[in-house]
Design a protein around this ligand. Structure first.
Ligand code: GLA
Ligand code: ZN
Length: 669
């Protein structure tokens, strides 16, 4: 699948701000030379250029951009062209304050910063339409321009009058009548009943913040608002050339919008990855970012682009640590292993001022284009050229699916239960993913939308799936009945689509499928622990959450090791139809999940990237017949492979037993 038919290659480059250097043509010329030196073939421009493109209301200036684009094109550099809606000019904020967002305290923002527009403001919409239309008419057929970069890192929400009107319309459409809304939101709690639609203000720390159904719906609405804004931007740029595709750069662990839903508005998913390496646990960090990559691929079930990453460090974490030697190539190759078609950076060249002047860049203030970071970047550029045969190759087909659902995430983290404010949905799912990742298993992520089809999977894992949206229990039931394997956990199937508790026992609709019924949820203090004790005597620690359950015919595979529920089932398996359903009642540590998944994977013969047993932190990830062997363990490891391969990066033969250095990567063919 090729997103950029004008340039069907792995993209290497990143965010470039020539508009900050227009008075230094010498630097702009030097940039092109250095891009060649670093094997950079593509840059993203115009992301924050609105003040230069429309210096006064209705007065446009594209001459400088013509010059920049021509210069890049003559230099053979391709362009991802941004729409500038991520930040507005001062004159616009002053003349039309309605373009600025109203925050959760119902205060309107002032001019400054970025990512703070109102998505509904008719003025802002019109300004964006006019700008995007002009950009597209001028550049959408330019041979250098290969993709649209819509805005930048869409985020947040607005509570202005325009947005509140839309909120009411959205609610009317969803609930039809106020009676239905009051019932669906359980507003009889704390005198919350509404007698007119106009009373329904968005959630706010100054107003309603105790209705969790409303909180979930507000996030759904905000997703819809952003999606609608994306479609608006997209319509304007596509008018000139429908063939030129659109992306928007997404983020990790992103709470504000449901990315499965939002991605429907995009042609291509791209994202910005900023892992903090060399902290407490690089293996956990690598598993986290592997999951992010896998999710980005899953949103549209197609390859994705790594739109931003740092060539060295960022400047906005508490501790901004340099990438150790090898880590830049390794983490860049990780994105490729999971299906990326690019390695792009923020930023090409450090600016002289502003809060990002010390953020990592390919070219430092010295302007030299040499040294460790520049060499690391050049090494990645060269690697991408060597890996060209993999460009069209997809990630290995997944036989395992993990359910990750934004509505359920919003609901479980908003619920006052268990570990208050600390239910850790993302991290919990990530622990399950990590067990599969360590085994070299491909995983697709799916949510609970109607279009989700589980039939092709051998195993579906639905950890901590607090909400079962309408019809989802039936879908899981049919999946198991037809021979699928399901694994779900404590605190799943507890609430319905509007965040009301399901009546009649949890996990809703699956008690007979799982052979257990959940009864009580116990939360442990940080100093407490329990254990999952397997029938063969192996024992795995449990922290944070233990659920008690009642057996309805499931086979007990492991029991609780202590406390008043010692001996009660903690891990069970139940045969149902032609399949089986596992229930894990507690938050067992990683070692326990590793053991559970290892057994299921081997019992089901689920394909792994390599058949060999690898040391912890050494992982194999398969794409298009190649295997990305990566070492995140922080130390040299001894690896033994049964087969013999060629490393596509070095053309060396690889087989037998060898030392695999810390922070290194091979691409085995
Ligand atoms: C984000 C933004 C960039 C830049 C980087 C810094 O990803 O999109 O504009 O601010 O962070 O890490
Ligand atoms: Zn608004």
């Amino acid at each position: 699948m090729t997103f950029t038919p004008r340039f069907p290659r792995f993209l290497h480059g990143g965010d470039y701000n020539p508009d900050q250097w227009l008075d230094r043509p010498d630097i702009l010329d030097r940039d092109i030379e250095l891009m060649h030196k670093a094997h950079v073939n593509c840059v993203s421009i115009g992301i924050f250029s609105w003040a230069k493109l429309e210096p006064q209301d209705g007065v446009y200036d594209f001459d400088w951009l013509d010059g920049v684009i021509d210069r890049l094109w003559k230099g053979g550099i391709h362009i991802i062209l941004a729409t500038p809606s991520g930040a507005r000019p001062a004159w616009m904020a002053q003349k039309y304050p309605e373009v600025l967002r109203v925050d959760e305290h119902f205060n309107r923002n002032h001019f400054g910063n970025r990512h703070n527009h109102c998505p509904s403001s008719p003025v802002y919409r019109e300004k964006v339409r006019a700008m995007n239309t002009r950009l597209a008419e001028r550049y959408a057929h330019h041979p250098a321009v290969i993709l649209w970069h819509l805005s930048n890192e869409y985020s947040g929400d607005c509570r202005c009058e325009h947005c509140q009107k839309k909120w009411h319309a959205w609610l009317k459409n969803r609930y039809g009548t106020l009676d239905n809304l009051n019932r669906s939101w359980w507003t009889s709690f704390w005198a919350g009943t509404y007698s007119d639609w106009s009373q329904i203000e968005p959630p706010s720390p100054r107003g309603q913040s105790a209705n969790t159904s409303m909180l979930v719906d507000w996030r759904r609405f905000s997703t819809q608002q952003c999606k609608d804004f994306i479609l608006w931007e997209k319509a304007a740029v596509k008018a000139a050339n429908p063939e030129l595709l659109c992306t928007a750069n997404l983020m990790e662990r992103f709470w504000d919008y449901d990315y499965f839903s939002l991605s429907e508005a995009l042609d291509v998913v791209s994202w910005d990855a900023y892992p903090q390496w060399h902290g407490e646990d690089d293996i956990a960090r690598a598993a986290e970012f592997a999951m992010n990559h896998e999710m980005m691929r899953s949103f549209k079930d197609q390859p994705f682009l790594l739109m931003e990453s740092s060539p060295s460090l960022v400047n906005w974490k508490r501790v901004n640590k340099l990438k150790r030697p090898g880590m830049h190539l390794l983490s860049s190759m990780q994105s490729l292993a999971h299906g990326s078609q690019s390695v792009l950076y923020f930023q090409w060249r450090k600016g002289r001022g502003g809060v990002e002047m010390f953020h990592g860049a390919v070219v430092d203030h010295d302007g030299l284009g040499e040294g460790r970071v520049f060499e690391d970047v050049t090494q990645v550029g060269t690697a991408l050229e060597k890996l060209a045969p993999l460009y069209d190759a997809p990630r290995d087909k997944a036989k395992v699916c993990i359910i990750y659902d934004w509505s359920s995430w919003w609901a479980v983290e908003s619920s006052q239960s268990g570990q208050l404010g600390h239910m850790q949905y993302f991290d919990t799912v990530n622990m399950h993913y990590r067990a599969l990742w360590q085994q070299g298993v491909s995983v697709d992520f799916r949510d609970m939308r109607d279009c989700t089809d589980l039939s092709g999977y051998d195993l579906v894992a639905a950890p901590l799936l607090f909400m079962f949206r309408d019809g989802f229990a039936e879908k899981l039931r049919a999946y198991v009945e037809n021979g699928g394997r399901l694994l779900t956990t404590y605190f799943s199937g507890v609430v319905d689509d509007t965040d009301l508790a399901w009546l009649g026992g949890a996990p809703h609709g699956l008690i007979d499928v799982l052979g257990v019924r959940a009864t009580e949820l116990d939360a442990l203090h940080p100093q407490d622990s329990n254990a999952l004790v397997m029938q063969d005597g192996r024992s795995f620690p449990i922290h944070e959450l233990c659920e008690l359950n009642e057996n309805h015919g499931a086979q007990t595979l492991g029991t609780y090791g202590s406390d008043f529920y010692q001996g009660m089932p903690c891990l069970t398996r139940n045969a149902y139809g032609r399949g089986e359903a596992y229930y894990l009642a507690a938050k067992v540590d990683q070692s326990g999940l590793d053991a559970i998944y290892e057994e299921i994977i081997s019992a089901l013969n689920i394909p792994r990237a390599l058949p060999d047993k690898l040391p912890e932190g050494v992982v194999a990830t398969g794409r298009g017949g190649a295997v990305f062997l990566q070492n995140y363990s922080g130390r040299d490891q001894t690896v033994t492979l049964a087969g013999s391969y060629t490393d596509m990066l070095t053309d060396r033969e690889v087989s037998g037993t060898f030392t695999f250095p810390a922070c290194s990567v091979m691409v085995l063919k």
